[in-house]
Design a protein around this ligand. Structure first.
Ligand SMILES: Cc1cc2nc3c(=O)[nH]c(=O)nc-3n(C[C@H](O)[C@H](O)[C@H](O)COP(=O)(O)OP(=O)(O)OC[C@H]3O[C@@H](n4cnc5c(N)ncnc54)[C@H](O)[C@@H]3O)c2cc1C
Length: 428
């Protein structure tokens, strides 16, 4: 007991955005919080891309902050590289620096007392009477806890990239080095769904990275000042098939006829699963281009959305009273913003469960409550596994606009949350 409050132990498996947010939320709620990550980096796929706040993601972020949460979005703001760069088909987006973001997050986790265990992989889980009792690490160590959060993501492992993609392309998940992703839910026998892309399973990640130093100095300088550039491409590259891409709602001419590149500290090549490097090098300014992620980005990209759990609106996994899921693990939600929001809600609920309190379920009068519940309904509906869900586009975004809930004024959002009696709901 700490100040009369029960201190439980929360174990979060997976140190991507979702796991970091869950572990931070649990620690801020006064619980002992352990974060287990198989690689030697935090943030997983969050070390790529870096776009946040676009469209309804901004509303969702400000709503979480009006409820006293959303701390990790302040970390993104501290590492921001461009505010509102001219990315086609987007509005009000920010881009954080993928090389600086990890340090910003790490210092917040350390400050909150989260015990971070890197290069540590969960390979076995144990349960009794609908309660998870322990997870086991590769070296056989048993880690017990009151509540667990599965934030292991949906990418890879290697053999699934071979089966449903174009082979292992040395992406940042680095399965050959750190071992395959292992889903805690899967270990416990929970039925996991698989996303679809037409006839294929999963989705090939859209977006790869070039080393900025491999661009011509003129192109690199212009990109740094503008934040985003549309580089004309040779005819041989045009209309490249994008059907497999994880993000489909930008299937427009800008992305087919030009190379859309974004400065996120390196060079994000947007919404193309892969481009042969020899074709990239035909483009003026890119004659010396080298891929940075995936290393074999000219041949393919990672496969994601292969391991999805249908949770309830409280993010509890079916069949277990003390297991929550977060991030891409949950119902085909995609994005940094969505991973942080579901992670924070799952971590908050894990802490509440450890204390013996009711789990929090945000009402549908909120963008968060409605958007996340609606994404779950769409997933369970016809063709639901063929779509991806986010506050940044698609049906969740359309609904937000139709319901008049899309809002970019933080004061209006704060007033609405206060009126609903939810101010401080996510505060420790
Ligand atoms: C190339 C690319 C570009 C992107 N660009 C953007 C963008 O610009 N904006 C945006 O919003 N989204 C973007 N995304 C999507 C976004 O990055 C993801 O949706 C989000 O980061 C998912 O976070 P997560 O924590 O759920 O999963 P992940 O980031 O996959 O994290 C899961 C973590 O769990 C660990 N793990 C797995 N199994 C175990 C185990 N058994 N034991 C211990 N650890 C384990 C993994 O090592 C990993 O670190 C991009 C994705 C990619 C691949």
């Amino acid at each position: 007991m700490q100040g009369g409050l029960h201190v439980g132990r929360i174990v979060v498996v997976g140190g991507g955005w979702a796991g970091c947010a869950a572990a931070l939320a649990a620690a801020r709620m006064g619980q002992e919080s352990i974060l287990i990550e198989r690689t030697d980096d935090l943030l997983g796929c969050g070390l790529l891309g870096g776009i946040y706040r676009n469209f309804g993601r901004a509303t969702a972020i400000m709503e979480a902050q009006a409820m006293g949460g959303g701390e990790l979005f302040h970390a993104m703001d501290e590492a921001v590289r461009h505010v509102n760069p001219p990315i086609p088909k987007m509005e009000n987006q920010n881009v954080y620096d993928i090389l600086r973001i990890q340090g910003k997050v790490r210092s917040r986790l350390d400050g909150a007392g989260v015990q971070i265990r890197l290069r540590t992989r969960v390979v076995k889980a144990e349960s009794r009477n609908g309660r998870v009792t322990a997870v086991y690490l590769e070296d056989g160590e048993k880690v017990e806890a009151d509540v667990f959060v599965d934030a292991t993501g949906s990418g890879g492992p290697e053999e699934l990239c071979r089966k449903w993609g174009l082979g292992c392309v040395s992406c940042l998940l680095r399965c050959p080095t750190f071992g395959a992703r292992v889903s805690v839910a899967g270990l416990l026998g929970i039925q996991e769904g698989v996303g679809r892309s037409g006839e294929n399973y999963g989705a090939i990640s859209a977006g790869s990275h070039l080393l900025k130093e491999s661009l011509s100095p003129d192109l690199a300088g212009e990109l740094e000042s503008k934040g985003c550039m549309l580089v004309p491409i040779p005819a041989s590259l045009k209309n490249q098939e994008t059907d497999w891409a994880a993000t489909k709602h930008y299937a427009s001419d800008e992305f087919k006829q030009t190379l859309v590149i974004v400065d996120n500290g390196q060079v994000l090549v947007m919404l193309r699963p892969f481009i042969p490097i020899e074709q990239v090098r035909q483009i003026e300014g890119l004659e010396n281009a080298r891929f940075f992620d995936p290393l074999a980005g000219g041949v393919g990209n990672s496969v994601r959305f292969l391991s999805v759990v249908e949770t309830g609106p409280d993010f509890k996994a079916p069949g277990f009273e003390n297991l929550y899921c977060a991030g891409e693990k949950v119902g085909l939600l995609v994005g940094n913003t969505e991973a942080v929001l579901t992670g924070e809600l799952a971590g908050n609920n894990a802490a509440r469960t450890a204390r013996g309190d009711e789990a929090l379920m945000l009402p549908r009068t909120t963008v968060l409550g409605d958007g996340l519940a609606y994404a779950g309904e769409l997933l369970r509906g016809p063709g639901g596994y063929g779509k991806r869900y986010s506050f940044g586009g698609g049906e969740v975004q359309t609904r937000m606009r139709e319901k008049g809930m899309y809002q970019l004024d933080p004061e209006v959002i704060a007033a609405r949350i206060k009126e609903l009696g939810l101010a401080g709901t996510l505060a420790p």
